[in-house]
Design a protein. Sequence first.
Length: 285
Amino acid sequence: MNKDDRDPGADGVQDEDSARPGPEEHGSTTGSRVSDDSGASAVSEEADGEAEEMADPEMSKDKQGSFWKELPILIVIAVVLAFVIRTWVMQAFYIPSGSMENTLLVGDRVLVNKVVYEIRDIRHGEVVVFNGDGSWDDPNTVVVPEPTNPLSRGFTWVQQQMGAAPTGKEYIKRVIGLPGDVVECCDEQRVTVNGVPLDEEDYLYPGSLATHEEFGPVTVPDGHVWVMGDHRAISADSRRNQGNPGGGAVPIDHVVGRAFVIIWPFDQAGGLGAPETFVRLNDDA
């Protein structure tokens, strides 16, 4: 037999070719190697970074130094935001007296919305905070002693801004009459507004109807509101300040805002909406 006639597979060449890995196997092996090399490289770089930071303590100090440099700026921003919110948007107030019992008790804290009356008018039955300077004064006002040193003065000021201490300047009452309303007492011990008797038993201090004092009829002047406390026997409100400017009514531009929620104590927390008896008056307004 001729050499050229032999079976090509007999010399083992075909076996060697079939034993070589195919392209897929080469690719798989190469891909695995690349993946392993990449992972090892990432781990190596991370380890190098940690080692570099440990070897260079100045880097860690720079990070800490940056935080302390930024902290005063953050504090200033927070103070400015708090001032803006307190001045024009919302403020907490401390209840210093019992003139609004049992709706509000001494020591309660309320949030006052300062924006609402820029959007709409005051409504009957709402609880408002106002400044009585120049119109009338409440003899039951809590007098806040002037702190004796700057540190105490600053601490007291912060407490007042947070509603944790009385200011001695603002009062809180319920709006009974709006400009042009005729307010009078009494119709069977009930206050009337424009001839409509108010059913106030749900929110007045127990026994208040029996202690009502006769007054009026009083026409509320333009730009004023007639306000009364829920504890009628001890509230030195519009009824008892008729000899002062405004005839006992409070100028609307003295109203700080609407007290809309009790925030402290938690077991007393809740909304301060207008009682149902004022719905008809507000609908007619």
